[in-house]
Design a protein around this ligand. Structure first.
Ligand SMILES: NC(=O)c1ccc[n+]([C@@H]2O[C@H](COP(=O)([O-])OP(=O)(O)OC[C@H]3O[C@@H](n4cnc5c(N)ncnc54)[C@H](O)[C@@H]3O)[C@@H](O)[C@H]2O)c1
Length: 250
């Protein structure tokens, strides 16, 4: 549940991708509670339910855009729609992501292309639009994963996409600085969403997670909102672990 009296995003226009899913929806609700105008980007899910949840959280101006983030033309159109409706883009949160579970030896070219297309290039297309259209004071937040630093079997393309996303974030921070735009990455650990529990490694018992290593989507959303806010004005190019300390363990 969103619990904040802060209103750090009044008069700010925020795009959240993957906004109908676990972390994306929690992020949208968090920005809604803090006064933002919202564009909810997703290629599936229940957009009406996501809009309703944002309104309940306090959003006065929220709309949904159907868009596959892997398609640069759809991303261009989505950003044009957000600009037309809100007159500005102040924050872009790249949450949309997916996994393929296969041994590295069995990864088909299409598997690599889809995972990199969504997880890495989706963020790259939105970053390109942000650097073209965002006003000074803007912020890009890329949702990577602890798999960017350490990984497990069967998720090679996912881990590679998330590691590359950290590199993209650094480049965006460097090129955004003269424009007054910051870029940072969040590395969630295990978060209680459909993506976590559909993980075949967990379902087969090949990987186990202690209950106190599972975080909530709202906890990730709070970290994202911090990095997007003026409270993080001197933070750019950073990668923030949001994993309850899981990566720190031997
Ligand atoms: N849940 C976890 O434990 C966990 C851990 C680390 C990182 N992450 C990352 O957090 C992000 C969100 O994960 P989640 O657990 O909320 O997943 P989720 O599956 O619940 O939600 C993902 C959302 O992204 C959307 N999406 C997927 N592909 C898309 C595309 N091509 N275009 C537009 N929208 C698309 C889906 O429709 C869905 O609404 C992902 O990038 C994921 O890699 C999740």
């Amino acid at each position: 549940m969103v619990n904040t009296n802060m209103k750090r995003f009044e008069q700010r226009s925020v795009i959240v991708t993957g906004a109908c899913g676990g972390i994306g929806l929690a992020t949208a609700r968090r920005f809604a509670a803090e006064g933002a105008r919202l564009a909810l980007v997703d290629h599936g899910g229940d957009a009406d339910a996501a809009i309703a949840a944002c309104k309940t959280a306090g959003a006065e101006d929220v709309f949904a855009i159907a868009c596959d983030v892997a398609d640069p033309q759809q991303v261009d159109v989505a950003c044009a729609q957000a600009l037309q409706r809100h007159g500005a883009i102040d924050v872009v949160v790249n949450v949309a992501g997916m996994m393929v579970f296969k041994p590295l030896a069995d990864h088909a070219p299409e598997d690599w292309q889809r995972v990199l297309g969504v997880n890495l290039l989706g963020a790259a297309w939105f970053t390109q639009q942000a650097l073209r259209h965002m006003r000074a004071g803007g912020a890009i937040i890329n949702v990577a994963s602890v798999h960017a630093r350490a990984t497990s079997p069967l998720v090679a393309s996912y881990a590679a996409s998330k590691a590359a996303l950290l590199s993209l974030t650094r480049s965006a921070a460097i090129e955004g600085k003269p424009l007054g735009i910051r870029a940072n990455a969040i590395l969630p650990g295990a978060v209680d969403t459909p993506m976590l529990w559909s993980n075949p490694n967990l379902q087969s018992g090949a990987e186990t997670i202690a209950p106190d290593d599972v975080g909530t989507p709202d906890a990730v959303a709070a970290a994202i909102a911090f990095l997007a806010s003026a409270d993080a004005a001197f933070i750019s190019g950073a990668s923030l672990d949001v994993d309850g300390g899981r990566l720190a363990k031997l």
